[in-house]
Design a protein around this ligand. Structure first.
Ligand code: NAD
Length: 367
């Protein structure tokens, strides 16, 4: 197969490309605009492969997308290009609307026009895989909110049937793109598949996100900022497990279906930070414990309290389960950051120094 991957220089896209090049015979066309979040150093050996090619293209540029489809004639699209950081979407939503909604629309139209030129067999086997997030579902009941006779009962999980209720400009823009993609199947018969995944972590993660930020701040003796009380719950998935799941979906998934992907690793943010500190105490010991650097800061506006995924459809239909536990994945991640300090320095280009993002002054509108 020839797979066109958008956002292949980002965190998850680069894991997908590394997976495809190392474990399959497929070819990859990486379409990426190289925003602050995209870095070709995340694909260290890709250039050596005759099965890899890079197109420096913005998905908002329709003319360029048409050229890419015509030149490379892919068998499938895996669409990961997006603005992805919730805090940035709070202070600057415009780029999220542009890339996540308008860019997805452009890509759908460029891909559909190309698909219409294919012969019957190629049209039948073509697929457009849209990669999305569990944040489109909004947040779930948190253990602290369980009351009275619900106490002790199992907490709900996101399933493929959960209604959309996004809370942030980021998740609202992703929800919007999911709706566009599904409408292209219903209206035009365009062959799409959607996946919604929980929080990823692992190597090559841009250091604005919780886990890499905490690892790097800890090593530099800086504060480890925790939003609110740190009791927000996320379901963590090791990025290479996600990449494997995505490849299964694009090659074996059923057109028109949605698949939820998660790690069965529900952790409060404070637990995540504490675990990183404990592993660092062991791997890079110093006089004091790293947890002494923890500080509590004002919460993110509209912060969702809990996400958790029911990924039973992925295991039943596609025989996929995550390989890493949170403990094994986190240790691998920390070891990777310890060994790859130069990648960390190179991706932080001076315009971002791990400062707090997404703080706004909300008007007091009373109760
Ligand atoms: P990322 O921010 O690390 O990477 C995004 C990539 O897209 C970058 O390489 C960037 O250069 C590229 N890009 C941005 N705008 C572009 C444009 N207009 N044209 C072309 N390329 C552009 O994101 P990520 O964490 O790798 O996430 C990838 C996808 O997975 C996103 O769609 C995200 O919504 C989804 N997702 C992420 C997570 C997570 O935990 N990170 C979880 C579930 C789903």
């Amino acid at each position: 197969m020839k797979i066109l991957v958008t956002g292949g220089a980002g965190f998850i896209g680069s894991a997908v490309i590394r997976h495809i090049l190392s474990n399959t015979q497929d070819s990859v066309i990486n379409v990426d605009a190289l925003t602050y979040a995209g870095n070709l150093e995340s694909l260290p050996n890709a250039d050596k492969s005759s099965r890899y090619c890079f197109e420096h293209v913005d998905i908002c540029n329709r003319t360029e997308l048409d050229r890419v489809f015509k030149t490379h004639m892919p068998d499938a699209v895996m669409h990961l290009a997006a603005e992805s950081h919730v805090d940035r979407s709070i202070t600057g939503p415009a780029e999220f609307i542009q890339t996540n909604i308008v860019g997805t629309y452009n890509l759908l139209e460029a891909a559909r026009e190309y698909w219409n030129t294919l012969n019957d067999d190629d049209r039948k086997s073509f697929r457009f895989h849209h990669i999305s997030t569990d944040e489109v579902y909004g947040d779930l009941l948190h253990p602290d909110e369980q009351e009275g006779n619900a106490l002790g009962k199992e907490l709900p999980l996101f399933t493929e049937q959960t209604s959309y209720a996004p809370s942030s400009p980021y998740s609202a823009s992703k929800a919007s793109s999911d709706h566009l993609v599904r409408a292209w199947l219903r209206t035009y018969g365009f062959p799409i598949i959607v996946t919604n995944c929980s929080n990823n972590y692992g190597p090559y993660h841009f250091p604005e996100k919780l886990i890499p930020l905490v690892i790097l701040n800890a090593l530099e003796g800086k504060e480890l900022p925790i939003y609110g009380k740190g009791d927000q719950i996320r379901d963590w998935l090791y990025v290479e497990d996600h990449a494997r799941a995505l490849y299964k979906v694009v090659t074996e998934g059923v057109i028109g279906e949605t698949y939820n992907i998660g790690g069965h690793n529900e952790k409060q943010n404070i637990e995540v930070v504490q675990t990183i500190c404990n592993i660092l105490d062991e791997l890079v010991p110093k006089e004091s414990n790293y947890s002494e650097q923890i500080t509590f800061v004002t919460d993110r506006p509209g912060h969702d309290r809990r996400y958790a995924i029911d990924s039973s459809k992925m295991s039943k239909d596609l025989n996929w389960t995550p390989v890493e536990t949170f403990e094994t994945g986190l240790r691998k991640t920390i070891e990777w950051y310890l060994e790859n300090q130069s990648w960390c320095q190179n991706v932080q280009d001076g315009s971002y120094q791990r400062e707090r993002l997404g703080e706004i002054n909300l008007p007091d509108i009373g109760e």
